[in-house]
Ligand binder design. Structure first.
Ligand code: PEP
Ligand code: MG
Length: 758
């Protein structure tokens, strides 16, 4: 029969009546069964099908026949199809309809004699989904060989949505299958972004909209609601695109362009409108079209379209949130005290919107180890993993979870044993941390009386309390760019002054070294215009930008001078590749100092200017550099990435060399010797300083000042307190001079033999 929208609406109306009909005095099971029986009967009649059946997904992924019109009644609750078995399994697995005129000839056909279905040739199966998951399959069959028309497919699709709503409710009350499904443990793997162990409950950063009303009372009112939400959605996307701050960077812009393409796609809107005409509410119509598109795209192997699926899902979710008026993120909600936040992706500023006290962990489907949100997670001491690609498909809000950011995975709905073992692990870490807290007031002095300056690396105001908590001597590296990266526009001079002043006040009498903007490479400011570069890590970055754009550089320096008024100020220049750059930068700085004097403004009580040694070319200009600077700081992360030609953010190559090899150690030793000769203070602020075994080597090489992540202060100090500097110096210089290849292993033996905790 040709389907019209009024026929579809009439069918939906009948189904609604079945669902709404009170059945007083009837036992729950019977009530549900009789409603399902009625539903399949109505569908069969309306669709002129000899058979209509509902199969329900079981916990093990199999499907059980729950109701049928046309097949043998004895088969109900008896016929089972294993996961993926038969045409039912095929429809469930593919997430889309299966339309066959000769079902028995299909290779997936599975014959179940108890059903008596051998006489039916044509088959149309439609997955029944709820919240993106297949919970059942609805099928119609006819004896004649025929292909079901597009309209029939469409109608069955709409019915399956309505049935999905009902089935979900039934399953929850019928048995514990939904609870059990939630009870199944799964683990999702990602990469570590911020170390830590967290036990808690899942909260979705962008709450899912669960559509609860499927059948429209008034079709034209629903169309109006859709128009209104669609206009708002388009405005929002256009605004994001015109917003320089959001749309500038390459990847982000691509995503927004894709959003715009979909938001203005007439086909998408038309399909939603048609579903409303057929009798659905606007929300149900959006969800229906979303499910269809998902199924279509999932069939393609092209990664481009798989990526676009994320975009499309995000956009559909936005539209749903606009329709329901729930536009905010979970940061505006009441959160549990042990929240594990889950999101597809998140910007650093968005994470800062949350109440830190309630967030224990963060899991992102995208997001890399060096992403900006990872930097903020580290600063906030939130355990975090990224690239957990399947996370959104696997979690439900409220799920208990254990996040192990040490090994980069999350265990969702974990078993009791898993929870117990992680609780032990978390307790062990806490105990160790408590021991380090006891060391807070103890000066970092080796057994033979060498005082080691221990500083922390910082970059956000939230880092300041770590100074007190860790008992560090000061801030050895304040990465000023972090504050710029979490902003949406370039911070004005007053804002910068205010920030630096807060940092200085927060440090009190403890020294802090401000590093001038080190942007470029992987540190992108969305509002700073830069050309696309083939090789940005070797491109226009840090001091190169500063010297080409002196206004930017001088604004920052002036802000620092003003903030320091009457206090000591230490400023360090990043990424110096030639001494002339330092000389040129100092000239610019002198102009600002003179400007301050001319205007009788109070400047710093003392100004120290230093340079980072993080580009190998500096190793052959040490004499020229050291006679011009007040101090130097070795940026071992960059220095070794360039020295060993191994991208520091690429796990495949970054571990191919060991920083405890003769080449790396000789470089470091040479810097210390030269700096000592010229009496220039030298420190090292790369990641290696935070690893006890590597900092043991640094002490042996002659470093007396190191700077690291706050969490490393405790373990490194414990190592220092048990070490004799003279002994380790003799030992390591000997290994280095002999070009030993097993230095790391030897150092471990040395530490063991001398009771040095690593
Ligand atoms: C370094 O390169 O070692 C360093 C400390 O600077 P960043 O990690 O910020 O590049
Ligand atoms: Mg660096």
């Amino acid at each position: 029969m040709p389907w019209t929208s009024s026929a579809s609406r009439a069918l939906l109306r009948q189904l609604r009546e079945v669902m709404a009909k009170p059945n007083p005095g009837v036992a729950k099971h019977e009530d549900i069964q009789s409603r399902l029986d009625e539903i399949v009967r109505i569908i069969a009649v309306n669709m002129v099908a000899e058979v209509c059946s509902i199969y329900v997904r079981q916990n093990d992924g199999s499907f059980k026949l729950f109701a049928t019109e046309g097949l043998r009644r004895e088969a109900v609750h008896e016929t089972h199809l294993r996961a993926g078995e038969g045409l039912i399994g095929l429809a469930a697995r593919s997430g889309t309809h299966v339309n066959l005129s000769d079902a028995r000839a299909h290779p997936a056909f599975s014959y179940k004699p108890e059903t008596g279905e051998e006489i039916y040739n044509s088959f149309l199966g439609m997955p029944v989904t709820r919240g993106g998951r297949t919970i059942g399959v609805l099928s119609v069959q006819n004896a004649v060989q025929r292909t079901y028309s597009e309209e029939e497919v469409e109608v069955l699709n709409i019915i399956s949505m309505v049935t999905g709503e009902m089935l979900a409710g039934l399953l929850e009350s019928l048995d514990d299958s939904v609870e059990e499904r939630r009870g199944q443990s799964v683990s999702v793997k990602g990469i570590s972004m911020s170390d830590g162990i967290a036990l808690g409950h899942v909260v979705l950063h962008e709450p899912r909209v669960v559509v609860t009303k499927f059948l429209a009372e008034d079709g034209s009112a629903e169309q109006l609601r859709l128009d209104h939400a669609m206009t708002k959605l388009r405005e929002r996307v256009d605004k994001m695109l015109s917003d320089k701050e959001l749309a500038r960077s390459g990847d982000h812009r691509d995503v927004l362009e894709a959003y715009r393409m979909f938001a203005h796609d007439r086909g998408w809107v038309r399909r939603i409108q048609e579903a409303i005409v057929a009798g659905l509410t606007a929300e149900a119509a959006v969800e229906k079209v979303q499910a269809q598109q998902r199924a279509r795209i999932m069939k393609q192997n092209d990664p481009f379209w798989r990526d676009r699926l994320h975009d499309l899902e995000d956009l559909s979710n936005r539209l749903l949130r606009m329709l329901t008026g729930r536009v905010g993120t979970a940061s505006e909600m009441e959160l549990p005290r042990d929240t594990i936040l889950v999101a597809r992706s998140m910007g650093p500023a968005e994470l800062l919107d949350y109440d830190r006290k309630r967030i224990r962990g963060l899991v992102l489907a995208d997001g890399g180890a060096s992403s900006h949100v990872a930097i903020v997670a580290k600063a906030l001491h939130i355990a975090a993993i990224g690239q957990a690609t399947d996370i959104l498909e696997e979690v439900d809000p409220g799920d208990p979870a254990v996040l192990d950011a040490e090994s980069g995975q999350i265990h969702i709905r974990p078993s009791l044993e898993v929870v117990r073992s992680y609780a032990d692990k978390a307790r062990f870490r806490a105990r160790r941390q408590a021991q380090y807290v006891k060391l807070r007031e103890t000066p970092a002095m080796t057994l033979d009386g060498q005082r080691i300056q221990m500083n922390i690396n910082a970059g956000l105001l939230v880092d300041l309390p770590h100074l007190e908590e860790s008992g560090a001597d000061g801030i050895g590296l304040y990465r000023t760019e972090l504050q710029f990266m979490v902003k949406s526009t370039f911070p004005k001079i007053g804002e910068q002054t205010d920030l630096y002043s807060k940092v200085l006040s927060g440090c009190g009498s403890r020294p802090v070294v401000f590093r001038l903007l080190d942007v470029g490479g992987d540190k992108i400011l969305p509002y700073l215009q830069t050309a696309q570069e083939e090789n940005p890590v070797l491109g226009w970055r840090a001091i190169r930008i500063a010297l080409d754009r002196p206004a930017l550089f001088r604004t920052q320096f002036r802000a620092l001078l003003t903030a320091a008024a009457g206090r000591e100020l230490s400023v360090m220049l990043p990424f110096i590749t030639d001494v002339s750059e330092f000389v040129e930068a100092r000239k610019l700085m002198e102009k600002d100092i003179a400007h301050l004097r001319r205007h009788n403004k109070p400047g710093p009580s003392k100004l120290s200017l230093g340079a980072m040694i993080e580009v190998p070319s500096m190793l052959w200009q040490l004499d020229e550099l050291l006679c011009r600077v007040d101090f130097v700081s070795v940026g071992s992360n960059d220095l070794f990435q360039f020295l060993f030609a191994s991208d520091r953010s690429n796990n495949r190559v970054s571990n191919r060399f060991d920083v405890l090899c003769p080449a790396a150690l000789r470089v470091l030793r040479q810097i210390v010797v030269k700096a000592d000769e010229q009496k220039v203070p030298v420190t090292l602020c790369g990641e290696m300083a935070g690893r006890p075994i590597e900092s043991l080597a640094l002490i042996g090489l002659g470093f007396r000042s190191i700077s690291m992540a706050p969490a490393s202060i405790g373990p490194v100090k414990a190592m220092i307190l048990a070490t004799r500097a003279e002994e380790i110096q003799r030992y390591i210089l000997d290994l280095m001079d002999h070009g030993r290849e097993d230095i790391r292993a030897r150092l471990v033996d040395f530490a063991r033999a001398h009771d040095i905790p690593l």
